[in-house]
Write a protein that binds this ligand. Structure first.
Ligand SMILES: Cc1cc2nc3c(=O)[nH]c(=O)nc-3n(C[C@H](O)[C@H](O)[C@H](O)COP(=O)(O)OP(=O)(O)OC[C@H]3O[C@@H](n4cnc5c(N)ncnc54)[C@H](O)[C@@H]3O)c2cc1C
Ligand code: FES
Length: 273
């Protein structure tokens, strides 16, 4: 986090806008000074006169000169972001919260389950693990999306498939004639993974319903709750543990999360809402 004041927005130029799917775009941001974050931490992106919204960078945490956010169009701020062409200036604040516990993944088999735009924070994690692949046994990445057009980061998937330590399995809810991989919800992939559960840690990111059923399946497979990590998304405002918008039980998701171990939060109210 060297050099970042999390309260003060840093100006960042939108260098490139990448169409990832009909509903998702990535924004390559060049901050006016180096911007450090840890994989899984989030930032607030502010548009002048419009508002601010939280996003988890989808780029490598090892690059401080440039960062990328991948954004699904859902409402006011994200709609305006989707209208950007490149060349605009935004504000970024952060990084905030607790990211992925990399030290708990070292020496292990890492099973990663992502759904939809949940691939965004996971791409940052995958970049990090890729750079440190000698520290992990293997990575199995299971990715589910609605349909082939909503499958994001195709070139990165192809790249990962060429790395020995990485296996990528994908599924879509609704296939078309172009699709040659699995069909069904993300959990169908868990029936096919080849992991040594005793040596493995699981990471799940996606829409709440997908995370709920993925966790249930992981428990059935024998994963202890202490070895399942989730990245939670709650409505946020201040992002620094002051306003209480993001509370889940006694936790502030913005400060204590967004990444939690499942046993820490399994009994909290509204965890899947
Ligand atoms: C820690 C964190 C990381 C996130 N990372 C990403 C990311 O990498 N990419 C991405 O596309 N989105 C991400 N989100 C979700 C993103 O912040 C919301 O989609 C965004 O705030 C919506 O803003 P808006 O002004 O466009 O929508 P609004 O006009 O505010 O709302 C539109 C609809 O979205 C709902 N909504 C608003 N905020 C959230 C939220 N945080 N979670 C769930 N529903 C919400 C509202 O209730 C409403 O129904 C993240 C959220 C959090 C908390
Ligand atoms: S967003 Fe304000 S306390 Fe978490």
């Amino acid at each position: 986090m060297k050099g970042n004041n999390i309260y003060k927005p840093v100006k960042a130029k939108v260098r490139e806008v990448i169409d990832e799917s009909p509903t998702i775009k990535s924004f390559v941001l060049e901050p006016e000074r180096k911007f450090y974050f840890k994989t899984g931490q989030f930032i607030e992106v502010a548009l002048d006169g419009i508002g601010e919204a939280p996003f988890t960078p989808s780029s490598s945490p090892l690059i401080a000169e440039q960062l990328e956010v991948t954004v699904m169009k859902t409402g006011h701020v994200t709609e305006k972001m989707h209208q950007m062409q490149g060349g605009e200036t935004v504000g970024i604040r952060g990084p905030f919260g607790r990211g992925y516990p990399l030290e708990k993944l070292y020496g292990k088999e890492v099973l990663i389950i992502g759904g939809g735009c949940g691939f965004a924070p996971l791409r940052s994690l995958l970049y990090n693990l890729e750079a440190e692949k000698e520290k992990i046994k293997k990575v199995t990445f299971c990715y589910g999306s609605k349909n082939p057009k909503e499958c994001i980061y195709e070139p990165y998937i192809q790249k990962l498939r060429n790395i020995n330590e990485f296996e990528v399995m994908r599924t879509v809810d609704d296939a078309d004639e172009t699709w040659t991989e699995e069909v069904g919800v993300a959990t169908v992939l868990l029936d096919k993974v080849d992991v040594n559960i005793n040596e493995s840690v699981a990471v799940v990111v996606g829409p709440p319903i997908m995370m709920k059923f993925s966790v249930q399946k992981l428990e059935e497979m024998g994963y202890p709750d202490k070895k399942i990590y989730l990245s939670m998304e709650k409505n946020m405002s201040c992002a620094v543990g002051k306003c209480g918008h993001c509370m889940m039980g006694e936790y502030f998701v913005c400060k204590d999360g967004p990444v939690f171990r499942y046993d820490e939060i399994k009994d909290k109210p509204d965890i899947w809402k």
